[in-house]
Design a protein around this ligand. Structure first.
Ligand code: ADP
Ligand code: MG
Length: 613
């Protein structure tokens, strides 16, 4: 069986093709070869551990399960050694000389008839062991199987066409790969360089990795351990290490799934929302792993945009190790992962909201804005997201919140729509003239304080079959209230509104009696449906066209108000003064609506009015 002299072998045709591409490609991120070889070493150790469970006779049974790397920058070599399962002579031929493993096969398949030197595909599929030839002049694999009675061998090749196998005395169990680096790749014999690569890709490999005698991977892959065994501090430490964070997470979701994909995930919500604090837009930060080996630290499509505040790790065994690093070609798989994780996280938030409402509201105060973004833009998850939205309302106390579902449960039989009002804060909304009509009719109104709310409500459009309607919108139709005593008659009201329109001129599009006022004398409603006051302010702030268009408002007056009754008397007896009063009523209504753009003329007018007191 033993063959003392070196024996020469031709690579299988596909391997030749593969090597030709690998060696001549201009793929820039050559460093992935370290990840590939370390994960092979880790696989070999894992296999040995399994073998130890069933086999009694194992060569060098006492050797520790670890991976050792050494660099020699004088000799320009990098050596990786493991005490894993090792390879027999036949296995060396089978595993390193023929195309057996999935990664390389997929790579060649993806190449198809296309560009034979497509460098990117190397990054997408990886080429396993052969990636070493991106940086190597020659590769030597010393290997000895765990099986007692097998000889050790060295497999060697320069990557061109053929390889040699020769028997070697005195090897210990496992494999040792010696890479003689190409001149332009000599920096892979640099300790610091390799250390950085190991920390990036192999930080969580389960077996100790030592580089020139120094232990590198000290943090555990917490996401694969069982929840009940993990202490709070361990989670927090892991979060800080993995997310490069200084705070402690505010929420955590640790879960695993078997179908439709095998997933282990550990997700964190940070303490602070830095985007809200005015820092730059967050980038995806949940890393994708396959069995503890990093595939992509910041995959773009792993989660929907609105989940960009999440940190942590997703690990799926179903990923081919080298699925893709920069362009993530295997879209379908990533989409599937995205779906499963998003659904699970939404379920988690829903549980928080029902089981720990205080904690949820704390989260919502900081990160609710992302849920709103999702509710407005992510059609797939809209329904679940809308359920999570929370608002203060005319029926809640300050700083207490309601969901849309709770709002709907309180709706009376005749109420068909869900009403909301936007404003800077509770007192602005409550003191405005719009709310009273709803209060008088026992209709609940949601309060929206954030600039995006109007946009979100417009996009969400409805909940549970009920339209979301801005309470200050011109189209709102409310039921009649019983006529209060002493209101102006319909004729007098008509006379007054006609006179007011004439004296206010271009400043108003229309003046009419209102059914929505109870105490206030008047209110202003934007005549332009699509250009609300809020929108106008935003456009102004952004310096957008259209912000300078003259504003057109409808003025609605309250025939029950003492101010209006007095104005009806004075408009004939003291027309000059009545005109000033009408102007002032309009300005007051504009102020309440947040639509008064220039207050200067008002000040002069007020002094004039005060003279006559
Ligand atoms: P993959 O890891 O996807 O199977 P590779 O090209 O990385 O493909 O490796 C090919 C095969 O070579 C492996 O499946 C394994 O059987 C064998 N192999 C590679 N490295 C080692 C090692 N350090 N110890 C034992 N076997 C190894
Ligand atoms: Mg491999």
């Amino acid at each position: 069986m033993a063959t003392p002299t070196p024996q020469k072998f031709e690579f299988q045709a596909e391997i030749k093709q593969l090597l030709d591409i690998v060696i001549h490609s201009l793929y820039t991120e050559k460093e992935i070869f370290v990840r590939e070889l370390v994960s092979n070493a880790s696989d070999a150790l894992e296999k040995l551990r399994h073998t130890q469970l069933t086999e009694k006779e194992i060569h060098d049974d006492k050797l520790g399960l670890e991976i050792n790397l050494t660099t020699d920058d004088k000799a320009k070599t990098l050596t990786l050694q493991d005490y894993g399962i090792g390879m027999t002579r036949a296995e060396l031929v089978e595993n390193l000389g023929t195309i057996a493993h999935s990664g390389s096969k997929q790579f060649l398949k993806a190449l198809g008839e296309g560009d034979k030197k497509n460098a990117n595909l190397i990054g997408q599929f990886g080429v396993g062991f052969y990636s070493a030839f991106m940086v190597a002049k020659s590769v030597k694999v010393y290997s000895r199987s765990w099986k007692t009675g097998e000889a050790g061998h060295v497999w060697s090749s320069d990557g061109s066409g053929s390889y040699e196998i020769e028997e070697v005395e005195g090897l210990s169990r496992g494999s040792k790969i010696v890479i003689e680096l190409k001149d332009d790749c000599a920096d892979y014999a640099n300790d610091g360089r390799i250390k950085a690569i190991l920390e990036r890709y192999s930080a969580f490999v389960s077996f100790p990795i030592n580089l020139n005698g120094q232990h590198i991977n000290t943090v555990q892959a917490l996401w694969l351990r069982s929840k009940s065994e993990i202490k709070e501090e361990e989670y927090n430490e892991f979060y800080k290490f993995q997310s490069h964070a200084y705070d402690e997470p505010s929420l955590r979701l640790h879960f695993s799934a078997d179908a439709p994909l095998a997933i282990n995930a550990l997700l964190f919500v940070p303490q602070e929302n830095t985007e809200k604090m005015g820092m730059s837009r967050l980038e995806p930060a949940v890393s994708l792993y396959c069995r503890k080996v990093l595939i992509d630290a910041a995959p773009k499509d792993l989660l929907p945009e609105w989940l960009r505040f999440l940190k942590g790790v997703v690990d799926s065994e179903d990923l081919p190790l080298n699925i893709s690093r920069e362009t993530m070609q295997d879209k379908a798989l990533i989409e599937k992962l995205n779906k499963v994780i998003t659904k699970r996280f939404l379920k988690f938030l829903d549980e928080e909201a029902t089981q720990r409402p205080d904690s949820f509201i704390k989260f919502y105060a900081n990160f609710g804005i992302y849920l709103k973004e999702g509710a407005a833009l992510d059609f797939t998850h809209k329904d679940q997201l809308v359920k999570l939205l929370r608002f203060e309302s005319s029926l809640t106390d300050k700083a207490k919140h309601t969901s849309l579902a709770d709002y709907v449960s309180r709706m009376g039989a005749d109420q068909k729509e869900i009403y909301y009002l936007t404003g800077a804060n509770r007192s602005t909304v409550e003191s405005g003239p719009y709310l009273e009509a709803f209060k008088a009719r026992n209709l609940e109104v949601l309060f929206c304080y954030e600039p995006v709310d109007e946009y979100v409500m417009n996009n969400v459009r409805e909940f549970d079959g009920k339209k979301l309607i801005a309470a200050d919108h011109g189209d709102v139709k409310l039921t009649d209230l019983p006529q209060a005593d002493g209101a102006l008659s319909a004729d007098d009201t008509k006379t007054l509104t006609t006179w007011m329109k004439a004296s206010l001129g271009e400043r108003v599009a229309e003046v009419k009696a209102s059914d929505r006022l109870v105490d206030s004398p008047a209110l202003a409603i934007n005549a332009d449906k699509f250009m609300t006051a809020h929108m106008r302010r935003m456009m102004k702030a952004m310096n957008k066209d259209g912000a300078d268009m003259p504003q057109r408002v409808n003025l609605e007056i309250n025939p029950r108000s003492a101010v209006m009754k007095r104005l009806f008397e004075t408009h004939t007896t003291a027309p000059e003064k009545a005109k000033l009063v009408a102007e002032q009523i309009l300005d007051n209504a504009l102020i309440s609506a947040g639509m008064l753009e220039d207050a200067t003329p008002m000040v002069a007018r007020l002094y004039k009015l005060l003279e006559s007191v």
